[in-house]
Design a protein around this ligand. Structure first.
Ligand SMILES: *Cc1c(COP(=O)(O)O)cnc(C)c1O
Length: 376
């Protein structure tokens, strides 16, 4: 029987092929006589799994040689503390762009370790766009620029896809044009990493929790440029110190072994699809289909400004919110799961990560039209 389509924002759907392969290999991985969960992380079986996962990730994202790939734990929220502890060095500040709920949290957490500077955006929202990357006066009344870097920040932090608000960066700030070519750009990519090709060399550090687009919760990816490994504060816990984790090949302590294994299967699946350019084209087609349907309707609305709409997370609203419960119940009956919006935003949210096939979005669009026809 076909499985329903799962629109969860995270932990999110995984490719069915990957789940089937994991099921087949559950009791006996490649003749090892044990499950991946039961293996020593230092044994030759598991070290080959981890090395392959890392090599495939490096190939898919074209990660340059002067970047380390780390498999860590604690999720993206822990990275909000781990990053300042590792990158501040003797600097007193770091700059943050706040474009949604997640970067607002990152900005707040950094206040435990330094006096972070709000370079652009707002700690309270509403989150409907990415600010312009310009130091020109943007506000005719106050003359305030939209984007203002502090004098000597340790890094500039952005969240390139705001999972809750549905705001995505489709362009990066040009740090050279802003007069800071050497400022390390740090990006929380939890909810769109692997959804499109990226130029890793434009970043100092990229991180993301696995449970949106890569694998099960419990694994966090960090991709960090070598020259940033020497800046940790003395009290940074060893297990969270990038330099220590890197020097030990992500095995300073026991890594999330099963999560790394599943992530590795997802990377192999991505390679079989044709890599990230093919995946990106598919993601664009899915997003265009869904936004197109919402835009064509008077019954549904969206709020995020069009150039900043996320391809991964699509928040939308029924104009008549008294129909929300009926909408969700009908969706579930139609095999469309977890469409309820985040409680801070309300309404609905369809997360259409890599693992969501076009057929899933077609089914959702069919249901949207059908529900409107019945209740509009
Ligand atoms: C889900 C998410 C987080 C939080 O991740 P945890 O694993 O719960 O720590 C942070 N940032 C973004 C962009 C996310 O999507």
């Amino acid at each position: 029987m076909a499985r329903p389509f799962n629109f969860s924002a995270g932990p999110a759907a995984l490719p069915e092929e990957v789940l089937r392969q994991a099921a087949e290999e559950m009791l006996d991985w490649h003749g090892a006589g044990m499950s991946v969960m039961e293996m020593s992380h230092r044994g030759k079986e598991f070290t080959s799994i981890a090395a392959q996962a890392e090599a495939d990730l490096r190939e898919l994202l074209a990660v340059p040689d002067n970047y380390k790939i780390l498999f860590m734990q604690g999720g993206a929220i822990a990275e909000n503390a781990i990053i300042p502890m590792n990158l501040l060095d003797d600097r007193k500040t770091a700059d943050y762009v706040v474009t949604g709920t997640w970067s607002a949290k990152s900005f707040k957490e950094a206040q435990k370790y330094c006096a972070p500077h709000l370079a652009a955006g707002s700690p309270t929202g509403p989150y409907l766009a990415v600010p312009k990357f310009t130091t020109e006066p943007a506000d005719a009344v106050s003359g305030a620029p939209t984007f203002q870097l502090s004098a000597d920040p340790a890094y500039l932090f952005i969240c390139t896809n705001e999972t809750i608000d549905g705001v995505e960066f489709h362009e990066l700030p040009d740090l050279a044009a802003l007069g800071r070519p050497d400022l390390p750009l740090v990006a929380d990519m939890s909810s769109h990493i692997m959804s499109r090709p990226i130029d890793v060399s434009r970043y100092g550090l990229i991180f993301g929790g696995a449970q949106k687009n890569i694998g099960p919760a419990g694994l966090t990816l960090v991709i960090v440029r070598d020259d940033l490994l020497d800046r940790a504060l003395p009290f940074c816990p060893s297990a969270f110190e990038f330099k220590t984790v890197a020097a030990n090949g992500s095995m300073y302590n026991t890594p999330p072994t099963y999560g790394i294994y599943i992530a590795g299967l997802v990377f192999q699946w991505l390679k079989r699809q044709g890599g990230l350019a093919v995946i990106e084209a598919r993601n664009i087609a899915k997003a265009e289909l869904l936004y197109g349907c919402l835009d064509a309707s008077e019954f549904y609305t969206t709020r995020v400004e069009k150039p900043f709409r996320s391809r991964m997370n699509v928040p939308f609203f029924l104009k008549d919110e008294s129909l929300n419960e009926a909408f969700l119940a009908g969706a579930k009956d139609a095999g469309l799961l977890q469409l309820k919006g985040h409680k801070s935003v309300g309404g609905m949210r369809a997360s259409i990560y890599n693992a969501m096939p076009l057929e899933g979005v077609q089914a959702l669009v069919g249901y949207l039209k059908e529900f409107e026809r019945k209740h509009g």
